[in-house]
Write a protein that binds this ligand. Sequence first.
Ligand code: IPE
Ligand code: IPE
Ligand code: MG
Length: 244
Amino acid sequence: MAGTGSKQITAGQGNGLPRHIAIIMDGNGRWAQKRGLPRTAGHAAGAETFRRIASYCRDLGVEYLTVYAFSTENWKRSAEEVSAIMGLLKKYLEEAIRKMRRENVRIRVLGDLTPLSPELRELIARVEAIDETLETHTQANLCVNYGGRDEIVHAVRAWQADPCHGELTEEELSRYLYTAGMPDPDLVIRPSGEERISNFLLWQSAYAEFYFTDTLWPDFTEKDMDAAIAAYRSRDRRYGGVKK
Ligand code: IPE
Ligand code: IPE
Ligand code: MG
């Protein structure tokens, strides 16, 4: 579970299952538009898909699931859309406080949380306090006001400000990322047909396998996850070496 830390050059699980899956939950707006619904309805449907896929990953034995919920760039959207997304996050956190002991999944929120409302930050603190008490092998990371570049700048600043910092190496800097102590993602999934990284896990996905599908996130099912994992299993991860 959590705590391998530092630079992860080889990863995955012995059984071919990714240890860490990351998802760019994209396509909510288009899903809603196709149905003549407001974009916010797409975000609500996407939040349901996240609940379902997170349970599925836990049942499969995936140790870490990291999802991109709101980027540092998503503030460009209308106030109405931003506030709907923050409302869904609030609902999810309140539900987590009630259910996470039973579900036995640790929840972390990764990103620069300073611009979030005090109410949301308080809920995040309560969820993370429950985290400490769970004995589990499953962790869900929600990336909120997350940007890969922002994370690296934040890490460098934190390293600089730490009077106990060590010499600056890759391992050392990793200790100051939001993902400190977690293994790098083995598999990054992006639904919705877009094939770009959009500032997600820039440092951590150095050797991740990528899987793209045209399915819009609210339509993403357990079968799509199976297909992504099957694709991952067929990949030959060489990490810059030569196939034996
Ligand atoms: C992803 O869906 C959710 C967020 C970025 C918050 P989008 O809202 O980007 O959906 P599309 O890409 O417009 O369809
Ligand atoms: C990435 O999706 C961010 C999230 C899914 C939270 P976007 O929809 O914001 O990315 P672009 O604009 O298509 O690159
Ligand atoms: Mg999008």
